[in-house]
Design a protein around this ligand. Sequence first.
Ligand SMILES: [Zn+2]
Length: 95
Amino acid sequence: MAKIPAIVWLGIGAGVSYLSLRVGGNFTFFFYFGLVFIGIGVARILLSFVFRKKESRLEKRVIPRELPKYFLCPKCRAQVHAGTNFCWKCGRRLR
Ligand SMILES: [Zn+2]
């Protein structure tokens, strides 16, 4: 349910309300049902805007600068990935 895009909710809502209005009579319930779907679609669009803004703000705060991904082995000067414990070339322990 979380992956249904807002436009689908809007589409279903518009379709259901339109059809119920055309049919009329006992189908008035479905008109309100359609309105609820439209409401969910609009709410999802608004929420996605709010969350996008919050995320971009958090990213700036949490990641102040990029850490270097590689460094040079002190023994053989080979380029070693920052996450590894041993040099891939000479086997020297790095931490
Ligand atoms: Zn090395």
